[in-house]
Design a protein around this ligand. Structure first.
Ligand SMILES: [Zn+2]
Length: 319
């Protein structure tokens, strides 16, 4: 399978009150690099897109991405650009981007221009910024800039940053420099289209955890009563597990539990509640943890209970 390494530049109005809520960021440039399965460059794509909503280049953005209004006027229409782009992508590929925002904005622009959606359900892609952190920071939550990664890997800086093409090119170079092939198994899911029904839900197994992306629910109550959402089956042997710590809320959006599998040990469950356009959905991850980590979760729950008790007491004293 090939890799399509994509980077976009977008424009926004100078004044906040001029933001069109259907299109807060309008794409003005697309850059992409096609890599073969060995991560060698086999194609290049670059195109300036003529805006139809924000026709004046934002002063600050314009300086950053080195584009002015006059250049935008020579651009191609968004729909023609996309037609060329998809033809250029070929048949079998996975998108790769630096960070999580490009695919969201791409799809929002496509929706605005009434183009058919990329997919109707979540689809896998590679967030190279995350891969870089897993590979070199050993911590998937760290977020480094592309410049940092390029310097860290001592990649030759032969073209300036912050144009769509150059950023796609450097992202591809970072991918090329990552030698451990297993890093590329850490794919992410784009959730621009939240699953509307059970059959579109996502259940995937990574080497040390399992991920579940639920269908859309009306609200939090409906989501947190759903049997699939709160189930704590062992993702390895599929057995229903006994709970050591029942689901509890660490904050209004995050829930934790710990279950015990006789064969595989302590399994932590984490539910993150996410907002979608018409409701909410859930991302649940399950992972096997050590006894010390179980103790940490117990302590976390105790701390939350203590805080609640104190809050209640304070409330009573006031009234
Ligand atoms: Zn098990």
């Amino acid at each position: 399978m090939n890799y399509v390494v994509l980077d976009l530049e977008w424009n926004q109005p100078d004044k906040n009150e001029l933001v069109n809520p259907d299109l807060p960021f309008e794409i003005v440039e697309m850059g992409a690099i096609l890599l073969n399965e060995n991560r060698q460059i086999i194609g290049e794509f670059t195109q300036i897109v003529k805006p139809v909503v924000y026709k004046e280049m934002n002063r600050i953005t314009g300086k950053l991405i080195h584009l002015n209004t006059k250049e935008l006027n020579y651009g191609k229409s968004f729909t023609d650009t996309m037609k060329d782009f998809f033809e250029w992508c070929g048949e079998e590929y996975i998108f790769c981007t630096w960070g999580t925002q490009d695919l969201t904005e791409l799809q929002r622009n496509m929706k605005y221009h009434e183009m058919p959606p990329l997919a109707l359900r979540p689809f896998p892609y590679l967030d190279v910024q995350k891969l870089f952190s897993i590979a070199f920071d050993k911590d998937r939550k760290v977020r480094r800039s592309l410049e940092y990664a390029v310097e860290y890997l001592q990649i030759e800086q032969d073209i300036p940053f912050h144009r769509a093409f150059s950023d796609a090119y450097y992202t591809a170079k970072v991918m090329e420099a990552m030698e451990e092939v297993s890093i590329f198994e850490n794919y992410s899911y784009d959730v621009f289209h939240v699953p509307k029904s059970r059959k579109d839900e996502v259940k995937v197994l990574f080497h040390d955890y399992a991920k579940y992306i639920s269908k859309e629910f009306e609200d939090k109550t409906e989501a947190m009563q759903d049997r699939e959402v709160i189930s704590t089956k062992c993702y390895l042997c599929k057995k229903n597990l006994r709970k050591k710590i029942r689901w509890f809320a660490a904050n209004p959006k995050h829930f934790y539990s710990v279950s015990v599998c006789d064969k595989h040990g302590f399994m932590k469950g984490k539910i993150r509640l996410k907002k979608s356009e018409d409701g909410v959905y859930v991302v649940k991850t399950q992972k096997f943890i050590s006894e010390e980590e179980v103790d940490e979760i117990v302590a976390k729950r105790e701390h939350i209970r203590q805080m609640r008790r104190e809050k209640r007491k304070a409330g009573k004293q006031e009234s």
